[in-house]
Design a protein around this ligand. Structure first.
Ligand SMILES: Nc1ncnc2c1ncn2[C@@H]1O[C@H](COP(=O)(O)OP(=O)(O)O)[C@@H](O)[C@H]1O
Ligand SMILES: [Mg+2]
Length: 234
């Protein structure tokens, strides 16, 4: 099977900081790739490059064989890449359904049915709720529903479990698995919750100081001495 996403030699600096430094990776269709690494290691910048928020200084991003690294963010969404953010970004005074409608209009062409999306994300019956009235966990799931309303082939999640209780994080993991199984999207997830990550990701890529430290199965990564030294050890 050929990769859905192929990233080669991707770099992005901010001033003198090499936020992402020569990173290559690939994601198969319907695969879940986890990204971990200390704060400041370049995880969010990598998602920003993949979603068209930032232009790379070097390197290429191919989605289904098509080069997308020079597309602006709105065209990257239309090409099939959707993301969520570390902090909640919803129109708080609007209903969840209104947020889904706006997202659907900016996404990949085609029909989106909202009820199945709400069910998939564990938000059945919440479509008419104002986003400001949703709990933290619901808002984080709502961001995923909004991302899915753009009909992505690749879903990028930046620390989706922030602020969640263990039971909420478990529901989130189940929702992400259900989304992948039902819609067939590939998922790239950045998360500090190692329990969630180990149970969800089929492969894990470890970032350190902008570079890819290693990539492997959760078991390989968990026992790697460099990973333990740079990340898990503290
Ligand atoms: N927009 C920006 N402007 C300047 N520096 C940035 C910007 N975004 C990230 N950085 C820097 O790039 C490095 C990587 O940051 P980031 O990608 O947010 O890491 P992570 O998500 O792994 O915590 C950090 O040193 C950070 O300060
Ligand atoms: Mg980050």
């Amino acid at each position: 099977m050929s990769a859905l996403l192929q990233v080669a030699g991707l770099s992005r600096a901010f001033g003198g900081v090499r936020a992402v430094d020569d990173v290559s990776l690939s994601v198969e269709p319907s695969a879940i790739l986890g990204i971990i690494g200390p704060n400041g290691s370049g995880k969010t910048t990598l998602l920003g490059l993949l979603s068209g928020t930032y232009r790379p200084n070097a390197g290429s991003i191919r989605l289904g064989g098509r080069r997308i690294e020079s597309l602006p963010a709105h065209r990257t969404v239309a090409a099939g890449v959707a993301r969520t953010f570390q902090t909640t970004r919803l129109f708080a005074r609007w209903t969840l359904r209104a947020n889904l409608e706006v997202a659907a209009a900016s996404g990949r062409p085609g029909i989106v049915e909202f009820e199945p999306l709400l069910e998939l994300t564990g938000l059945a019956g919440r479509g008419e709720a104002l986003c400001a009235t949703l709990s933290n966990a619901e808002q984080r799931l709502a961001m995923i529903a909004v991302a899915l309303a753009t009909r992505p082939v690749l879903l990028l999640l930046d620390e989706p479990a922030v602020g969640m209780a263990p039971s909420e994080a478990a529901s989130l993991a189940a929702a992400i698995r259900r989304i992948r199984d039902t819609l067939g999207v590939s998922v790239l997830i950045v998360e500090h919750n190692m329990h969630l990550m180990m149970g969800l990701a089929e492969r894990i890529l470890v970032m350190n100081a902008g570079r890819k430290l290693i990539e492997g199965t959760p078991e390989t990564v968990r026992h790697d001495p460099d990973v333990i030294a740079c990340y898990l050890g503290h």
